[in-house]
Design a protein around this ligand. Structure first.
Ligand code: NAP
Length: 347
């Protein structure tokens, strides 16, 4: 009996305690949270209001969704990225500065960023071609600034650095060139100019752009490198310059992690542009499957950047080549390059 009584009493005590506790929580809830639920605070309402905010008079909305929320910046996927989509219609358009847009890959980035709702700053030497491109892109919507500069020249780099210090959202360090012939027979001034455009300009312009990007907590720097910078034994100065760009971009990307600013290296293989003609490189023997088109390089690299990839290698064929090259001993990779890749006659 005694045993049973104990059993009968305990549940009552427990249920009384439980009842007191749940009453206490109900009171707390009622005092603290119910008013907030019944009357939402302004901050809870704001995003909804922003979504339906009428277009203020005189403010031009960008044309489409990608224009109001540029998908091509790495800062979108990082903590300091863009806020609610619709508020951007009230903000100035982001600016992308692109070097070497007068032909090839740079022209591809310029057209894509213009379509995505950016204003542009175009940097190259050929003023006529710069103006022609600016006219074409301005007809599409945004502002296009032409900034003629020779990036092999310190004064040219300084001019571009000054514009970057004023603030841009995106910097594409694309200008670059290769030359044909052997290293030991090439004009030392040409070699120096190549180093200045492919390396020194990338370093100076990145350094100039970063403070404003860091201050704003967002920005994207895209450095155009090359698969040549990943494959051993492929020419001399050009490959070395692109290996520098890859290493520089990776190191900087690690240092900038969590700042909202992204640095990326794009490593294309062979792309149909003026690059090989300008370099004096004859390419008739190259199998067609190795050629890439500019728009594919631009689209694939920006898709990689949007998901935060630091190194982008457009094209499955080049992903396979780079992966295979990493899996075999370096000496063997050099030997293969010398046999199938034509390691001579290019600098
Ligand atoms: N095409 C390929 O197969 C390939 C493959 C891998 C990587 N890449 C890289 O991709 C980038 C773009 O090359 P691309 O293929 O588009 O070649 P491209 O058609 O020859 O274009 C090169 C661009 O760089 C500009 N440029 C060259 N020297 C300059 C200088 N001193 N100052 C300012 N701008 C200069 C040129 O403009 P101006 O002549 O008007 O100055 C031109 O707009 C380069 O960095 C290249 O190394 C190309």
């Amino acid at each position: 009996m005694r045993h049973r009584a104990v059993h009968w009493r305990r549940p009552v005590v427990r249920s009384c305690r439980r009842g007191a506790r749940s009453r206490m929580w109900r009171d707390c809830w009622a005092r603290m949270f119910r008013p907030l639920v019944a009357r939402p605070s302004l901050s809870a309402e704001t995003p909804a209001l922003q979504k339906v905010a009428p277009k203020p008079f005189g403010v031009r909305r960008p044309r489409d969704a990608t224009a109001i929320r540029p998908l091509t910046t790495s800062s979108d996927s990082e903590p300091g990225g863009q806020g609610p989509v619709s508020t951007l219609s009230l903000m100035p358009r982001p600016v992308a500065l692109i070097t070497g847009p007068t032909s090839g890959i740079g022209a591809g980035y310029a057209r894509r960023y213009a379509r995505d709702g950016y204003d542009l700053v175009l940097v190259a030497r050929d003023v006529d071609r710069l103006k022609q491109l600016a006219g074409e892109l301005e007809a599409g919507a945004g502002r296009v600034e032409v900034l003629p500069a020779d990036l092999a020249d310190p004064a040219g780099r300084e001019k571009v650095a000054g514009r970057l210090a004023a603030g841009v959202r995106v910097l594409v360090n694309n200008a670059g060139f290769a030359t044909s012939g052997e290293f030991w027979a090439t004009d030392p001034e040409l070699l120096q100019a190549q180093l200045d455009v492919n390396v020194t300009a990338v370093m100076h312009l990145t350094r100039a752009a970063l403070p404003a990007m860091l201050h704003g907590g967002k920005g994207t720097i895209i450095n155009i490198a090359s698969v040549a910078g990943m494959v051993p034994g492929r020419g001399s100065t050009y490959s070395a310059s692109k290996a520098w760009v890859i290493s520089f971009s990776e190191g900087l990307a690690v240092g900038l992690h969590g700042t909202g600013v992204g640095v990326h290296a794009v490593c294309p293989g062979y792309v149909h542009t003026e690059f090989h003609t300008r370099a004096g490189l004859d390419m008739p023997k190259l199998p067609s499957f190795l050629w890439l088109e500019v728009d594919d390089v631009v689209d694939q690299s920006l898709a990689d950047i949007a998901v935060g990839k630091v190194i982008s290698i457009p094209g499955v064929q080049y992903k396979a080549i780079v992966t295979a090259g990493r899996m075999i001993p370096r000496g063997l990779a050099r030997a293969v390059t010398a046999r199938v890749g034509g390691g001579r006659g290019r600098t």
